[in-house]
Every structure is written in C-alpha cells, then in structure tokens.
Design a protein around this ligand. Structure first.
Ligand SMILES: Cc1cc2nc3c(=O)[nH]c(=O)nc-3n(C[C@H](O)[C@H](O)[C@H](O)COP(=O)(O)OP(=O)(O)OC[C@H]3O[C@@H](n4cnc5c(N)ncnc54)[C@H](O)[C@@H]3O)c2cc1C
Length: 485
C-alpha cells in the first residue's frame, strides 16, 4: 500500500485556493475576523490573472456622472447578462461595489483622479454612465499590489507554486482539507481546514485563441465537481471582441476595451464604421445611429447617445466575425481599431500606456499613428461553481467559491469592469461567510488516509506508465475542438 504517512500536514481555519483579486479579498476578510488563513497558488504571489486586468473596476460611485446609482448598475448588469444572471448576486454586487472600491483606496490604491480629486471613472461597453474606476490601463496591477500589501501585513500565510490536486472530505461529507503538490519539487503537502474557498479563476486555456495566461485551466471547476459540488452555465464563455490578430505569436492577446471607451473607432477594410449596422433593437434607444451623434457624445454633449462601438462584448464580437465572413475584414482577418484619429499622441500614451507599449513591442506598430488589427479572443467564463448568492457556499458544506470560478453573477455575458468589482464584493462575502461557518466548528478536522492515498496515486500514476494518452496532445486537441465550435 502507498505510504503517505510522511507527507507534511499544515492546519488552518480557512484555506483559500488562488491569490487573484477574489482569493486575496477573501483572505483579508477571513484573517481580519481572527481566522488562521492560508492561501495556496499555482504560481507566485502577484502573478495571478487579476494583475493583467487593464480597463478598470465597475462601481456606481457617481463621481463623473451624478445620475449613476447602484440600481442602474444592477439594470445594466442584468441586461448585459441577458437576464440569465442570479439576480440576487447582481444586486449585492451593484450595492456593495462602491464601498469596496473606496476601501481599496483607503488601503492605498492610487486611482486616476477627476479635476475635483475624486476617483476618476471611464466609459465601458454596456455601462450607462462612466463607471470604471481605473489606474491608466494597469488597474489590475494596482489592485493586486494593494490587496497583497494589506493581506500580508494582516498575517495571511502564503504557499506559492503549490498546486491544489483534490479536496478532502470527512465522513459527514463536509470539506476537511486539500492535497497539494509543490511545483518545484513534485512533493506533496496536506492542508487541514475547517472551510476551503476556491478562487481559481477561469479556464480560457481550453481555447486556441485566448487572452488568458497558462494558469487558467479550469482547476477550480474540476476540484469542486470531483468533490460533489454543482456546476452551472458552463456553456457561457465570453469572447472579447478585441484581441490582437497579428503577428501570429501573440494572437489573442487582449486589447483593452478602454481603447473604445476613450473613443476608438472600429472600421472594416472599406473604412466603414460597421457597428452602426449591428445595433440590436434593445439598445437602440441609447445608442447613436449617426456618426455625427457619436462624435457629439465623445465631445461630451449632454443628451447625445453612446457610439455603437460601446455596445456589449457579445454584440461587438459577433459584428466583427460577420464583417470578416462577408469579406470586409482587415488584412489579417479581423477589424481595424483606430484611436490615432481620436486622441492626441500625448493622451494615448497617458491613458493607454500598456496598449502603446504592447503594440510597439509585439507588433512594431505605433497606435498613436496607425490603426490596430483586432478580432475575438476567448476571455472569460461566466459559468462555474453554483453558489448561494448571500453566503457563496457551494452545495458541498464548507466549500465556498468566489471570483471567476463561481457562476451566476454575470448571466450569459459579463460587462467589462464587472469582474474586478465581483472579486472585491464576493471575495469579501466568501471570506466573511467561510469564517462564520468555520467559527462554528470546534474540533480540528479529520482527514482520511485512504482519500490522500488515492489522490497521490492519481497524481503519480501518469509517471509510472509506459503507454497511454499524452496530456499535452489531449490539451491541443481540446483547444482545436473548442475553437471550432
Ligand atoms: C488581459 C485581461 C484583462 C482584463 N481586464 C479586466 C478589466 O479591466 N476589468 C475587469 O473587471 N476584468 C478584467 N479581466 C477579467 C479579470 O481580470 C479576471 O476575471 C479576474 O482577474 C479573475 O480573478 P480571480 O481572483 O477570480 O482569479 P485569478 O486572478 O485568475 O487568480 C486565480 C488564482 O488561482 C490560482 N490557481 C488556479 N488553479 C490553481 C490550483 N490548481 N492550485 C493552486 N492555485 C491555483 C492561480 O495561481 C491564481 O493565483 C481581464 C482579463 C484579462 C485576461
């Protein structure tokens, strides 16, 4: 029998899997409530996907347009999600997001400012008013930096390059811990915990063309599913309309929606602003239907309606695809995105520094002078682990989930900026409710040796066999199948 008695065991009240915005927000809340809190991550602290977020955090602060209100944010979120959202999650999100953004500022996040010194907010697709609190186009970096600083000083324990393999449960079916593997050495470690929070992000790496980094292989869905939790809406995958299409080595890399938020135009090979031909009926009343009106909106004229480039992501992605199919695509099979004619070079470098740098370095293109080429890229999972809206607990007692790996908040389509605010709101709720749950458990949890043995065997079997499927080839096949569908 496989001997697992020598594997090191560490105990925490709350164990969190994932150190993105959701995991860190949960950890801060749990440790703030006096829980011994550990956080494991597949890569290094500061490397989670959240750090890549560019455009901003959506919250109805009403700093730029005082008509904004959480109820309008709620409406926009529900409409963007085709009303398939769990409405209670969308309600909690819209209500709580402003206070969490202000708290982030209190903890040291340095947001861009309005003339009056308030947190500045920018326009984004599907949001009625300027709503995205931002730091140039590096908002995720500022968010992660702030949460990390705060969390570490509050005493959370971090375990880097430590991959979660499977959850452990006790005889009552409650979560009791987790088996992980150190990536550097391939050795195992067991965590005992009264509650586990999954914050593992999405699974965009299942597609060939994606904005996601290597880490996003949907591990949280598998961990939860194997433990008996329910998944929902797994077919709701978001394609961001603007990924790079050229050169091939960087195909899929994100071009932030802020480019359109700052006035960027989408053009086909004939130089036409084709988005005017794709305005859905439900958005007609608030979308400009002439170039002149769209220009008046950009100049800040009250009452002018928003340009169609700022329609929701699903609408814009489908429109680009339709133009390409109709033979009006850009040179490398996308659409042109032009900010050069809309803003001064100085403005572009100040508002979109990462985009300027990204195109200069990766495509040898100066976006202050030339249009970019863009096309849809797999970006986000709206589906995932089914959770209770108020507590974020899954159907397995003691197993919580938040952030991109949890489902329900965004319905069938997420609005830009609503993920970072989702992480702040539901990360906080997960940390709080997991602490309440763990606080009721008196004894340290038991872990079952047979379960540990089976997890270790599963993880090592592949190294001890002479034949069988090659996982890398399987992954390649999966990417191709998903991309074809
Ligand atoms: C380029 C880009 C730009 C974006 N811009 C914006 C934006 O401007 N606004 C917005 O709202 N949203 C944006 N998004 C979406 C947003 O960034 C993500 O949805 C969000 O950051 C996900 O956060 P998270 O905390 O759920 O998980 P992540 O930040 O994805 O973190 C997941 C964590 O889980 C860990 N993990 C995963 N599997 C395991 C495992 N098996 N064992 C241990 N650890 C594991 C990882 O190591 C990581 O620490 C953007 C996304 C991309 C790709």
């Amino acid at each position: 029998m496989l001997d697992v008695s020598g594997i090191k065991v560490i105990e925490h009240d709350i164990l969190i899997v994932g150190a993105g915005g959701a995991g860190l927000s949960a950890a801060i809340e749990a440790s703030g409530m006096g829980m011994s809190t550990g956080i494991v991550m597949k890569s290094l602290l500061g490397k989670a996907h959240t750090v890549m977020a560019e455009g901003g955090i959506a919250a109805a602060l009403a700093n730029v347009d005082e008509r904004d209100h959480w109820k309008i944010h709620f409406r926009d979120t529900m409409r963007g999600g085709k009303f398939l959202n769990v409405w209670r999650m969308a309600e909690l999100h819209a209500k709580i997001a402003p206070e969490r953004v202000r708290l982030l500022e209190e903890w040291g996040a340095v947001f861009d400012r309005t003339q009056k010194g308030l947190i500045n907010q920018r326009n984004f697709g599907g949001h009625r008013y300027p709503r995205l609190a931002h730091v140039g186009d590096r908002t995720g970096l500022e968010m992660i930096r702030t949460l990390q600083d705060h969390g570490i000083h509050q005493g959370i324990e971090t375990y880097m390059e430590c991959t979660a393999l499977d959850l452990l449960k006790n005889e009552k079916g409650e979560v009791s811990g987790l088996v992980c593997m150190w990536r550097e050495t391939g050795t195992f470690i067991i965590f005992k915990a009264k509650a586990v929070i999954l914050a593992t992000g999405g699974g965009g790496r299942g597609w060939e063309i994606t904005s996601n980094s290597w880490e996003y292989t949907g591990d949280g869905y598998a961990l939860a599913y194997e433990a008996g939790a329910e998944l929902m809406d797994m077919e709701f995958t978001q394609f961001h309309p603007t990924g790079m299409v050229w050169p091939p080595s960087v195909k899929g890399t994100l071009v932030t929606e802020s480019v359109r938020g700052e006035g960027g135009l989408l053009l086909n090979s004939k130089g036409e602003r084709f988005m005017f031909n794709y305005i859905p009926e439900r958005f007609r009343s608030e979308t400009a239907d002439t170039v002149e009106e769209a220009a008046r909106w950009l100049a800040g004229e009250p009452g002018a309606r928003r340009p169609p480039e700022l329609l929701t992501r699903d609408v814009v992605a489908r429109a680009i695809n339709a133009e390409v199919k109709a033979g009006r695509g850009s040179k490398h099979g996308g659409a042109y995105l032009n900010i050069a004619t809309q803003r001064s070079a100085e403005d572009i470098k100040k508002k979109l520094p990462s985009m300027y740098h990204q195109f200069k370095v990766l495509a040898e293109l100066d976006i202050t002078k030339e249009p970019m080429e863009v096309g849809p890229t797999c970006h986000y999972f709206m589906g995932g682990i089914r959770v209770d809206a108020d507590t974020t607990m899954s159907s397995v007692p003691g197993l919580f989930a938040c952030g991109e790996c949890a489902a329900g908040m965004h319905g069938a389509n997420r609005l830009g900026g609503n993920s970072l605010s989702d992480l702040l709101v539901f990360g906080y709720l997960s940390g709080k409710n997991a602490s309440v749950y763990a606080g009721k458990i008196a004894q340290p949890p038991d872990v079952d040796q047979d379960q540990i043995r089976s997890i270790v065997k599963n993880a090592t079997d592949i190294l001890n066999r002479e034949s069988g499927e090659n996982p890398y080839l399987l992954h390649e096949e999966l990417e191709k199948i998903c991309s074809r569908m």
